[in-house]
Design a protein around this ligand. Sequence first.
Ligand code: GLU
Length: 447
Amino acid sequence: MEQLHPALQPVYDTVLHRNPGEREFHQAVAEVLESLNPVVDKRPEYAQASIIERVCEPERQIIFRVPWQDDSGRVQINRGFRVEFNSALGPYKGGLRFHPSVYLGIVKFLGFEQIFKNALTGMPIGGGKGGSDFDPKGKSEAEVMRFCQSFMTELYRHIGEYTDVPAGDIGVSGREIGYLFGQYKRITNRYEAGVLTGKGLSWGGSQVRTEATGYGLVFFAAEMLAAKHTNFEGKQVVVSGSGNVAIYAAEKVAQLGGTVVAMSDSGGYIVDESGIDLDEMKQLKEVRRGRISEYAEARGCTYVEAGSIWDVPCEVALPCATQNELDEKGAAALIKNGVQVVAEGANMPTTPKGTAALRQAGVAFAPGKAANAGGVATSALEMQQNASRDSWTFEHAEERLHDIMQGIYGTCAMTAEEYGMPGDYVAGANIAGFTQVADAMLALGVI
Ligand code: GLU
């Protein structure tokens, strides 16, 4: 970790002390605090009002029991979370993650990142995150429904259009949002479409929301390439993961003339030199919910079990799987093979050492809180449509997304320049996101 400003070290020490064992949360805070070193002297009013310490402490943390009955009649117990982190800019906004790795430290790291990501979008949304250690893998449709209903039976009292608006994340997509929304509607007897985003198109959802995180990521990466006077045409691209973010990132890369040569899941990765067949991938992952090894069997391409996808040569790498999936070894392999751009589609997929290696090697590197903000930005567009009882065309929603991503890129690039670190998108994103929230917090007083 970099040396922190003397005013920031005690803030970080307090975070470590107050949140013992929450490794991922510590990592997310450290990364932001490092970027804030130059802000402390330039804006002394923040330290004066303890804004930095305040932003590290969630406004509210909710932990609850989620009992549900499996298909054999046995009662299973999971733990549910919602961390309402910061509402200076708007109602808490952020996804729900259902994955066995979920515990308070994961939800807090995600919620913390979400504050600055949401600020960067320029939309009126605060930051929050939630989820459960429930593992959807191998569960029947009926079990997933009963789990979602039980989860919402507690969550409903904490959320609302003007309070907290959850959406999806890993393990939560249209199917789960449907069951959650159905239960909310049943309990409250109100069709409050704006209480959740990521809804289906026939019941209050927005065009492009499904595609938004992946498309937005590629729009952002296209700006990074443009700054290097190039574009996606003819580029070899590696996209880790094969979930919602990865699939639609790959789709947009292909639309812009690039070739996605490799994708992965938790079992291994595939290499398809002629470009991944995305219809096949969507069938496999969105409909059959199968393993990526089956793609290799069907297409007769290479499957590498348990290897590192970062060994596959590429000019653009888009980590779209999960936190800490790209470490210094992966970074070294990418650098050796001449990678030019790395943009994070997942939340915090690059380890601190991986990030440092890429930045030192002069690779253009964009953090998730800027590059993957297209998903939540389109959620805010969904809220807008719900509030005005309107629904936009695909073209209009995509154009708005494109404008927003260009705006975020411009903000990051300009802020980095203003602070004397041109091309440093990490510093640009952290400083711009933070100052936006901090100024609102100052204006709202000590609350
Ligand atoms: N889970 C997504 C994210 O990490 C989207 C959240 C949302 O749409 O509220 O930003």
